[in-house]
Design a protein around this ligand. Structure first.
Ligand code: SF4
Length: 643
């Protein structure tokens, strides 16, 4: 191990393969290259990445921007940095947006999205209406004292918020001024990916992308996150609200325009046979031009945006939240016009409420993550993409547009062979043409076998909510003796947190069964160490339904990467979801866990070769035999009874 990396490594010894992982990260930073590195949970990736990047960061005056999808994951990086700070001089903060850091009650109560919070804050600052901002500006001595304190150690955003509250200063303003003075900033992907948020962020972060090493943690999410930030949607309900807004503000011409746009969308929705249909974007533009009686839709869009801006300013002056649906319609129309000739976008009509076909929406869907990622990849000093589920690494690299010279490697699991049991069981499937009551009953019985053979909590991750419902109708609740906890489609994050909390409470009390969906809220982002989940059962390969968007993605991928369209747009995302779900039971180096893949397709070479190395190398096939399955699981846990 390089002495330089060891200087920042916070533990007394490395886990198996952790030192090799760190060396690859070190090599990437030192040679200014991008890296794509796969390693399972428990390998100790976060500590290894930070320790391996810090020597280069310190020598060359760079910063680490550590990004992840959730704040929880960002805080984990800060926890590791705190440990490093006990042996070496390092500094860092986790940074969040105004909605999380703002101290002003009016802003907190009146903003439910980032843009609204930003506009409210800007208005209050401009009109001297925020006492926290005024305090920050008028107390330079206190501000300097806090900046000195925060830039000499490691602090989470909530620690900054708490300390600032002692002096009634604005935590967001204080954190902003710290950005350029610390070694590590941990934040959400979106600060780096969304071009508007990024532009605002780098106004305060003076080192810029060129002097930053960007870490993309849990980067299997990156392709979707990139597409998400470049996509937009507009519901019929929003257009109707824009009509009402125009009526209230006596903007008669705009009211009529919104009404006509709503009519066009309504007509498309009435003709639709499917829950999602592709729209020819230029045809939609022609229909709209005819309906509005103008050839110049760009001017119409601009007029809507301008009027919306004016309404926002008036609402702010009235002490109201700065929302404008008119502006929303204008911005969406502008984006539609800009993207209508681009083949990297699909234009879709969808129903937001699938069952009742209520609230139709227009969607502009980005098909190529490279559009969003290219500026970051070409400008950053280096990037490190890492996750437990990235294989095949070259496919990930290609889809993201990471240059060919990038360092790529997949690391084996750091566990002893008797710590992990991975089995693919034949005899059941969630293939669409095989879904019937008999198949659901057989699958439900098999899950019950796993539940009674494995100790404590188990997690069941079905291919979709339809499959979950099929298992319920097959009577799974009567087959399993442990209490069941059902994840519901469309549940809020609060409901999901409560469900997971209740499920975790069963650990140590005989266990429960989480009935969730691969790719759903419980299958990513939540940790289940030890008894909180001894076994994960993946029911079916979670291929998406062949909606218009999915078909458009496959076709786009096929045009861009001939012969690999279906693989990139359909198969790999499904296998990654399955692997993420499988990994829920494998959270730390001390875990002993079983992974049961219930679908004959997992036993085929086709699926196996796309599974991550740490599953693939431990995976064995099992025949269609419940008794054998019960014995295999029971004997695994009997010899590993300490989980
Ligand atoms: S200045 Fe700070 S406290 Fe005031 S509104 Fe903006 S973010 Fe909130």
């Amino acid at each position: 191990m390089s002495e330089e990396v060891a200087r920042f490594f916070p533990y007394s010894s490395f886990r198996p393969f952790q030192d090799k992982f760190a060396l690859r990260v070190y090599a990437a930073a030192a040679s200014r290259k991008d890296a794509v590195l796969e390693g399972v949970n428990g390998l100790g990736k976060t500590a290894a990445i930070l320790a391996a990047l810090l020597p280069t960061v310190k020598q060359r005056g760079l910063s680490i921007i550590y990004t992840s999808r959730t704040h929880r994951q960002c805080d984990r990086a800060i926890e590791e940095l705190e440990k490093i700070a006990k042996k070496a001089s390092v500094t860092g903060i986790s940074f969040r947006g105004r909605r999380e850091m703002c101290a002003n009650k009016f802003v907190l109560q009146n903003s439910d999205d980032t843009r609204t919070a930003m506009e409210l804050c800007n208005h209050l600052v401009k009109t001297h209406g925020c006492s926290f901002y005024e305090n920050t500006e008028s107390n330079p001595r206190t501000l300097r004292k806090l900046l000195r304190e925060f830039s000499s150690g490691v602090f989470t955003s909530s620690m900054i918020k708490e300390r600032c509250s002692e002096f009634d200063l604005c935590p967001y303003e204080v954190a902003k001024r710290l950005l350029s003075n610390v070694d590590v900033v941990a934040l959400s992907y979106y600060y780096v990916l969304d071009k508007n948020i990024r532009a605002n962020f780098f106004r305060y972060f003076q080192k810029g992308l060129r002097r930053s090493i960007i870490v993309f943690d849990e980067s299997h999410n990156l392709p979707e996150a990139c597409k998400e930030v470049a996509s937009e949607g507009l519901t019929l309900q929003s257009i109707r609200l824009a009509e009402i807004e125009a009526h209230q503000r006596r903007q008669k011409r705009l009211q009529k325009i919104c009404m006509q746009i709503a009519e066009v969308l309504q007509e498309i929705a009435e003709r639709a046979n499917e829950e999602e249909e592709l729209i020819e974007p230029k045809e939609f533009v022609s229909v709209l031009k005819r309906r509005l009686g103008t050839q110049d839709l760009a001017t119409v869009a601009q007029r809507l945006e301008d009027a919306g801006e004016k309404n926002v300013i008036e609402r702010l002056a009235e002490g109201r939240s700065p929302r404008s649906n008119i502006r929303r319609v204008g911005t969406f129309l502008k984006t539609w016009l800009e993207t209508s000739s681009k083949e990297t976008f699909a234009h879709v009509m969808s129903f937001r409420d699938r069952e009742n076909r209520r609230n139709p929406a227009l969607e502009i869907i980005s098909l190529d993550p490279r559009d969003t990622a290219k500026e970051v990849l070409s400008s950053a000093y280096a990037t490190i993409s890492t996750s437990g589920t990235l294989e095949p690494l070259d496919s990930f690299r290609e889809i993201m547009g990471i240059p060919e010279g990038a360092i790529t490697e997949s690391f084996p699991a750091p566990y002893a062979p008797d710590q992990i049991l991975c089995i693919a069981v034949s005899g059941t499937t969630t293939k669409l043409n095989a879904r019937n009551p008999d198949m659901y009953e057989k699958t439900a019985r098999r899950i019950a076998v796993v539940s009674s053979s494995a100790p404590e909590n188990i997690g069941v991750f079905a291919a979709s909510y339809d499959v979950l419902e099929g298992l319920r109708e097959a009577g799974i609740e009567d087959m399993i003796r442990k209490p069941l906890f059902w994840e519901r489609s469309g549940s809020t994050s609060g409901e999901s947190d409560e469900l997971i909390y209740q499920f975790k409470q069963q650990a140590g009390k005989g266990g429960g069964v989480l009935m969730a969906v691969a790719g759903g809220r419980s299958s990513e982002g939540a940790d289940f160490p030890g008894k909180e989940m001894t076994t994960s059962v993946v029911v079916g390969v979670p291929y998406p339904r062949p909606t218009a968007t999915v078909r458009a993605e496959i076709e786009y991928m096929e045009r861009t990467y001939p012969e690999r369209g279906k693989l990139y747009g359909y198969t790999l995302p499904a296998i990654r979801k399955a692997s993420q779900s499988a990994g829920r039971a494998v959270r730390s180096i001390t875990d002993r866990s079983a992974i049961v893949l219930l679908d004959s397709r997992f036993a085929t070479q086709y699926c196996k070769r796309y599974l991550p190395r740490w599953i693939r190398e431990n995976l064995s096939n099992m025949p269609d035999d419940d008794e054998l399955l019960a014995r295999r699981i029971a004997s695994f846990f009997a010899t590993n009874s300490d989980k």
